[in-house]
Design a protein. Structure first.
Length: 517
């Protein structure tokens, strides 16, 4: 019978022969160093036997160097370890680093140099804004805007989306930059979706790309496609001016239709509101433009309370050239308020010495938001015609606030005579909703100085003024009463004195003038 037991044999392990290491230098990607203050380099020592190896660096202190324990590869019987050095980026760019490897078992000495990145000049990005088709089945469809940002180095860019020069509220997505196939530059794309209705409003959309390394800001713009068959009909809705809202108490909305070919066209403009109540628009007003087109405007007066409450109002335009009616909706936005500062500048001395018949008074209005504002000029308290002054559009001041200038043309003779000119500004950020500043040849007068007060403080001020008025009336009544009583007392005293004078006090004497005969 055969013996079923097998004899156990231990595996044979042969001693590996000494093997010299192979050294690989490890350097960071150059584009990662554009904004880094420190850099970490290393040396990978692989495929050696037996232990140990010694790794030395020609730069850095002991605290900057970290050598990791060796690892044994069981399949090959060889060891691998790594050592790294962390130094300032300036040192990396100015010095040649070297790791020195000593393997005593094989009497091997290996030196590996780690040179700095090749110096590459920064490259500003190229920006191009693309959009999907201008045609859509409905106003509820979306338009995709794609900003293609290419050929820039290093790879750090900041993308901002703007509409009509204001930050967009819609979310955008920017991809991580990728390295271009040729060269050392990078590219990326940024996308944002907008509604077809917003796109048809004709707003200008801007992709603004900032590149710190080249200190550049590159922009590309896009707007709705122009109709090749002719100028497209456009519809705009305008909010009430602050002057109509706060001073005249008759806020007026205007629906403006532009690029009409004639006044006889079949144009229908209707108004509607979200809440119950009728609207009575004024008759269409027509105006011929310099390009031989016509503009039609429909205006409607609403209540100040309805506008201030944020109620939406809708304008609907029907025209044979439109495949479907165009609607525009408007309501008062809830925005933070900042009151404007108003600064008047008298005519320049050179202008006063010139031979011209007119001089200029300038007003700077700045530091306000929102951007809706009204401005007009007065002479000696009387409003001046708009033809006498010119105001710039409202501009962004770059910090979320706005400013504008207004120039008034004044007859030099009137200025020298001492006539007073007043700049009146109406804005919702002002406590009284308006401010006036007056200037004349001799001085500048502040008629109304505004401060930023809360609604609660305004109510307290109104109560205080009521109390002061009541007190003043009572004071006048008291003064009148006191004066009347005093007059009665004085009259009684004088009458008493007169009565006393009539009574005899002593003997009467008569002067006798003797006659001489």
């Amino acid at each position: 019978m055969a013996n079923s037991k097998r004899k156990y044999e231990a595996p044979f392990i042969s001693a590996a022969s000494p093997t010299a290491p192979v050294v690989f230098p490890l350097s960071p990607c150059c584009q990662d160093l554009a904004t880094a203050s420190q850099v970490t380099v290393g040396c990978l020592v692989s495929g050696y036997f037996p232990e140990p190896v010694k790794v030395q660096w020609n730069s850095g202190s002991a605290s900057d160097i970290r050598t990791f324990p060796a690892l044994l590869d069981s399949s090959s019987g060889h060891y691998t370890l790594s050592s790294q050095l962390t130094i300032p980026t300036s040192t990396w760019e100015s010095e040649k680093l070297q790791c020195h490897i000593v393997h005593t078992a094989t009497s091997s000495t290996i030196n590996k140099e780690l040179g700095p990145c090749e110096k590459k000049d920064p490259v500003a990005p190229k920006v191009r804004l693309l959009h999907s088709s201008c045609k859509a089945s409905s106003r509820d469809a979306t338009i995709e805007l794609m900003c293609v940002i290419s050929n820039f180095y290093p790879n750090n860019v900041t993308v901002n989306w703007l509409v009509s020069e204001k930050p967009m509220s819609q979310p955008s997505f920017t991809e991580q930059p990728w390295k271009d196939t040729h060269g050392y530059t990078f590219s990326t794309i940024s996308t944002v979706n907008i509604s077809q209705a917003d796109w048809e409003d004709g707003n200008v959309y801007v992709c603004q790309v900032s590149h710190t390394a080249t200190q550049t800001s590159v922009r590309s713009k896009a707007k709705i496609c122009e109709d090749s068959s002719g100028t497209p009909l456009k519809v705009f809705i305008l909010p009430p001016s602050p002057n109509d809202l706060y001073m005249d108490k008759q806020p007026k909305l205007s629906c403006v239709v532009v690029n009409l070919e004639s006044e006889e066209e079949e144009l229908e403009v209707t108004w509607s509101r979200q809440t119950a109540g009728s609207l009575s628009p004024e008759p269409l007003a027509w105006r011929e433009e310099v390009n031989n087109t016509f503009t039609a405007s429909s205006s409607v007066i609403i209540s100040a309370s309805a506008w201030l409450s944020g109620e939406p109002f809708i304008c609907t335009v029907q025209h044979p050239s439109l495949p479907q009616p165009k609607t525009r909706e408007i309501s008062k936005k809830k925005e933070t308020k900042e009151a404007p500062g108003v600064y008047l500048f008298r005519p320049h001395d050179d202008e006063l010495r010139s031979n011209g018949r007119y001089v200029s008074i300038t007003a700077l209005v700045r530091g306000f938001k929102p951007s809706d504002i009204s401005l007009k000029w007065l002479k000696n308290g009387n409003p001046l015609p708009e033809a006498d002054y010119l105001s710039t559009p409202v501009y962004s001041d770059g910090d979320g606030l706005y400013f504008l200038f207004s120039k008034l043309k004044v007859p030099k003779a009137d200025w020298n005579r001492g006539d007073a000119y007043t700049c009146m500004v109406v804005h919702e950020g002002l406590t009284l909703k308006f401010i006036q500043k007056t200037i004349e040849k001799s001085r500048v007068i502040i008629i109304s100085t505004e401060v930023d007060l809360s609604d609660e403080v305004e109510e307290e001020l109104e109560k205080l003024w009521t109390t002061i008025l009541v007190f003043f009336i009572l004071f006048l009544i008291s003064v009148c009463y006191s004066t009347t009583m005093t007059l009665f007392k004085v009259k009684w005293i004088f009458s008493t004195v007169a009565d006393l004078k009539k009574q005899p006090v002593g003997p009467e004497y008569k002067n006798v003038i003797p006659q001489t005969f």
